[in-house]
Write a protein that binds this ligand. Structure first.
Ligand code: SAM
Length: 276
């Protein structure tokens, strides 16, 4: 790519230039020619150029005017370039159009990592897997286990809806301009169904967000503030003296299923669009 305009901080532009890292990402992703691949934020095309060596067609979403135009010019018809915000892209429509679930890859703008994750999670029926570069701290939260400082809402949702794997770390020096934080590549797979499964997805999310919203509270107090009546509290199988970070993903799923009969009276404390 020949575009060398000033990187825009507002768009989270830190371009990968380390060939070894680029090759490692592409090798781990292992795109096959018949697959329906979507790249988020191709930028100057560090990953794009290698993906184009493996694929007859690629869909990419890039918000930057100049970079979008340049990519389109370079790759012509082989690249469907959506010049828009990834958060407004209808992933289901792209999967339907090409008759295949999406494989998503990207070195994404870090300031919208959580919204992107939730956008993908919310359309997971159209997504096979997702492999992205993110800030190391966020990657650590995605794969965190109970009773650790990183374990929270993001860990539970990521581990419930997908199977996040921390693949490798990436040094700050692999980017231009050099970012303030270190990075890591994470992959998530949406093809294995959760076990156990929450019977009411909204209720499950409400319980997780509602109890973790008051992280230092015990489950008893967290559930009380969600309007769970005392007589129902007594019937639940979780230890009510525990704090939310002591419960596993499965504990939260079972809890939300036990609360199904009173779903109608549970009051969300936090709106569902507040991202983790
Ligand atoms: N993939 C390139 C690389 O690895 O060098 C660029 C990565 S850079 C961290 C993130 C890219 O996402 C930039 O090209 C930026 O313009 C683009 N971007 C920022 N916000 C976006 C959004 N909301 N939707 C789509 N692309 C966006």
């Amino acid at each position: 790519m020949s575009i060398h305009s000033r990187p825009k901080k507002s768009l989270g532009q830190n371009f990968l230039h380390d060939t070894n890292v680029i090759q490692k990402i592409i090798r781990s992703f292992d795109a096959q020619p018949t697959e329906n691949v979507l790249e988020i934020g191709p930028g100057r095309g560090a990953l794009t150029s290698m993906l184009m060596e493996q694929l007859p067609h690629l869909t990419a979403v890039e918000l930057d005017n100049e970079l979008a135009a340049s990519l389109q010019m370079t790759y012509g018809d082989r690249l469907t370039l959506l010049h828009q915000d990834i958060l407004s892209v209808d992933l289901r429509a792209i999967a339907a159009e090409r008759g295949k679930k999406l494989r998503i890859i990207g070195n994404i703008p870090y300031n919208i990592t959580s919204p992107i994750l939730f956008h993908v999670i919310d359309t997971r029926d159209a997504v096979q897997d997702f492999m992205v570069m993110m800030q190391t701290e966020v990657a650590a939260r995605l794969v965190a286990k109970p009773r650790t400082k990183d374990y929270g809402i993001l860990s539970i949702f990521a581990q419930y809806y997908a199977a996040p794997r921390l693949l490798f770390g990436v040094s700050r020096n692999s980017f231009f301009p050099i970012p303030a934080v270190t990075s890591a590549v994470v992959s998530m797979n949406f093809t294995t169904p959760a076990d156990p499964t929450a019977e009411n997805d909204v209720l499950f999310r409400t319980i997780v967000r509602g109890t973790f919203g008051k992280r230092r509270k015990t489950m008893r107090n967290g559930l009380k503030s969600l309007n769970v009546p005392p007589e129902v509290l007594d019937t639940l199988s979780v230890n009510l003296d525990w704090r939310p970070e002591e419960l596993t993903v499965a504990d939260f799923v079972l809890l939300s299923n036990q609360l199904l009969p009173i779903a109608g009276i549970i009051t969300p404390l936090v709106s569902d669009d507040e991202h983790a």
